[in-house]
Design a protein around this ligand. Structure first.
Ligand code: FAD
Length: 428
């Protein structure tokens, strides 16, 4: 059912952002979407609302694509699938698995929309795995006049258009690279001494972060020990090494946050299973409608990893009281202009905070002050204290992206305070 509302969808998933939109539109067809965009003075899209800042906000029309018909078109010759932009990874992954196909990677939670994930440079983990936007082979966009624009990897400006912060139009469909389905076995190790993160042998630490297809380390930067999650592709053969810095395999399933039951976590203990039931940390049949948490994340050059670990350990006494858990991941370099891993193999330092914005703010500022000199770029969809314009200035192609915004959207219909800041912060 299509329609508009002024009541529903007013807040993001975490509930810390109330959208200022005059109108929320829920078009039921692409033609209706095109009319909505053409008629709106200011337009932004709300994906599944999993961002923690005002990136999706507008005082004009907020468009939800949740009521557009699903689309799922496999092209076996090109090894791609084209999906409706508002579909969630969990939905797409189950359909792909039924076709014997897979995506290269997923985020920790599979309930996020495909287009929203791509727009902010969302990533999983793995030294050889770039962010999810790198799998994008094409985009269909509705431009400011309701016109349709199709882009693929051969299109001019493609590298600038994939991680787009919602500023270039309304993405109605996304074409993604696919590969044959694969199996993953997940191992959780406990007892990694926290001190070893900063001071352990650098080669050994690099080897740990690359010990499986996808590796995460969970810590609060204060307690004595950290947890390691290894997601091993079974087609790589063998079993991953499990004795890093004295850590050992857990004898039961664990949640990343100590003391929380593992009920909602994907299967562990090395039991192989389909890629989409192991790569996310949380199960697709567990659908949290709201989150009692806030998140921040910073991506740094991988060579700065241990200096960053040392800086965070110094701040551990301030971080731990306002933190649920912190996660260390790796992301391979890509060439997408505003991707936080643009041009450099990265280590990603994530913080799941308690939902207490006032208490978190000074700690986040201290974390950011410690990590920025090491080359940290904030995740576009999470909380950070720099302005979006200051964050954009950390990218070689910031100016090129501003030109792209002007070209695709000369009247500024898709701009909001977040993306207007990209101009304010940047040298023209
Ligand atoms: C519990 C949880 C776990 C998370 N895990 C990870 C993780 O593992 N890795 C990671 O990197 N991030 C993670 N994130 C962050 C999340 O992936 C990003 O915030 C992502 O952008 C959310 O997607 P969304 O569909 O909810 O987008 P929204 O938050 O709704 O929107 C984000 C931006 O995308 C734009 N947008 C959305 N859809 C479209 C469209 N169709 N056309 C044009 N613009 C569009 C919006 O306008 C907005 O600017 C997590 C967030 C949560 C809440």
């Amino acid at each position: 059912m299509s329609g508009t509302t002024t009541e529903a969808g007013r807040r993001n998933w975490a509930g810390n952002v109330t959208f200022g939109a005059a109108r929320i539109a829920r078009p039921g067809t692409v033609d209706e979407l095109r009319r909505t965009v053409a008629e709106g003075a200011a337009v932004r899209v709300l994906g599944t609302g999993h961002s923690f800042n005002r990136i999706a906000d507008t005082d004009g029309t907020l468009v939800s694509l949740a009521e557009l018909p699903p689309r799922f078109e496999v092209d076996r010759a090109r090894s791609t699938v084209t999906v409706a932009a508002g579909m969630r990874h969990a939905q797409v992954a189950a359909l792909l698995q039924a076709e014997g196909l897979a995506l290269a990677n997923l985020a920790s939670l599979p309930h996020i929309s495909v287009a929203g994930a791509v727009a902010t440079g969302t990533h999983g983990s793995g030294v050889g795995n770039p962010g999810l936007a790198s799998s994008v082979a094409g985009l269909e966009l509705v431009g400011p006049d309701g016109d349709m624009v199709a882009l693929d990897r051969d299109s001019a400006g493609f590298a600038g258009s994939v991680v787009h912060l919602g500023a270039l139009g309304v993405v109605s469909a996304v074409t993604l690279d696919v590969e044959p389905a694969y199996q993953v076995a997940q191992y959780v190790l406990t007892g990694l001494p926290l001190a070893s993160l900063a001071t352990g042998d650098a080669d050994e630490m690099a080897a740990l972060l690359g010990a499986a297809y996808s590796v995460s380390v969970f810590t609060d930067w204060f307690g004595a020990e950290a947890q390691i999650w290894l997601k091993h592709r079974t087609d790589a053969g063998g079993t991953p090494r499990l004795d890093w810095f004295g850590a050992a395999p857990a004898d039961r399933p664990l949640h990343p946050v100590p003391g929380v039951p593992a009920t909602h976590c994907t299967e562990q203990l090395g039991v192989p299973g389909p890629w989409h039931e192991r790569l996310p940390h949380f199960r697709p049949d567990f659908t949290p409608s709201a989150g009692e948490e806030l998140q921040s994340e910073f991506l740094l050059p991988r060579a700065a990893a241990q200096a960053a670990f040392a800086a965070l350990r110094e701040l551990g006494h301030r971080i731990a009281p306002v933190l649920q858990i912190s996660e260390i991941r790796t992301v391979a370099a890509d060439e997408l202009w505003l991707s936080p891993a643009y041009g450099r193999d990265s280590v990603a330092l994530h913080f799941t905070w308690h939902q207490d914005a006032e208490a978190v703010a000074p700690v986040l500022a201290a974390v950011e002050a410690a990590l920025t000199p090491l080359g940290a770029r904030p995740h576009w969809g999470k909380l950070f204290t720099a302005t979006p314009g200051q964050a954009a200035d950390l990218y070689e192609h910031a100016y090129g992206f501003r030109e792209l915004m002007d070209r695709q959207d000369p009247g500024g219909k898709f701009r909001n305070a977040f993306t207007r800041s990209l101009y304010a912060g940047g040298a023209a």
